[in-house]
Write a protein that binds this ligand. Structure first.
Ligand SMILES: CC(C)(COP(=O)(O)OP(=O)(O)OC[C@H]1O[C@@H](n2cnc3c(N)ncnc32)[C@H](O)[C@@H]1OP(=O)(O)O)[C@@H](O)C(=O)NCCC(=O)NCCS
Length: 141
């Protein structure tokens, strides 16, 4: 079992940038619903949520390269899904350039960008940071 904690901004940005994921819009406010794990100052894994009532954006999922393939990514996603469901989220959206197959195997489905709810459309990830070629996906919780 992993214990998840709120990451420091520095540690979160370091792990994300090492794997080429966006950090430019991450602020202390975002980190309110971010979860990380790892025994020391260097994180082993991270996931984040942006909550907008009944919809939310799952973002910033990353596992340190030397920890991949042992289930940590799956546990981070499950933790974020439980947390979101407990807060009334009904549909969880995400954008990914690199992990479409991983999310397909975990119950997410591709969706056309034009079907994004307004709150998701207004996020920085959706409107600017993630390339148009990213897969846009949703899971009903
Ligand atoms: C996507 C990512 C978070 C998955 O983390 P993880 O801890 O490896 O995830 P898991 O161990 O739960 O599952 C990995 C899957 O790859 C398989 N796998 C096997 N060996 C593996 C290896 N050496 N490395 C990675 N995955 C491996 C696992 O069997 C599993 O397959 P499944 O989907 O059929 O169950 C991780 O690869 C990552 O950080 N990638 C870079 C960042 C990224 O793409 N983030 C998504 C942005 S939205």
């Amino acid at each position: 079992m992993n214990t998840f904690a709120k990451p420091s901004e520095t540690a979160a940005k370091q792990l994300l940038s090492e794997s080429g994921l966006p950090i430019e819009d991450i602020t202390a406010k975002h980190l309110q619903h971010f979860f990380s794990c790892g025994p020391g100052p260097d994180l082993e894994g991270l996931v984040g949520l942006e909550l907008y009532g009944e919809v939310a954006l799952l973002r910033s999922l990353v596992v340190a390269p030397n920890q991949r393939g042992s289930g940590l990514g799956s546990r981070l996603v499950e933790h974020a899904e439980h947390y979101a469901r407990d807060r009334g989220v009904k549909s969880l959206y995400l954008l990914t350039m690199t992990a479409e197959a991983f999310f397909l195997r975990r119950g997410y489905a591709r969706l056309l960008r034009e079907n994004a709810p307004e709150a998701i459309r207004n996020t920085k990830e959706f409107s600017g940071i993630c390339p148009l070629s990213s897969a846009f996906m949703v899971k009903n919780l």
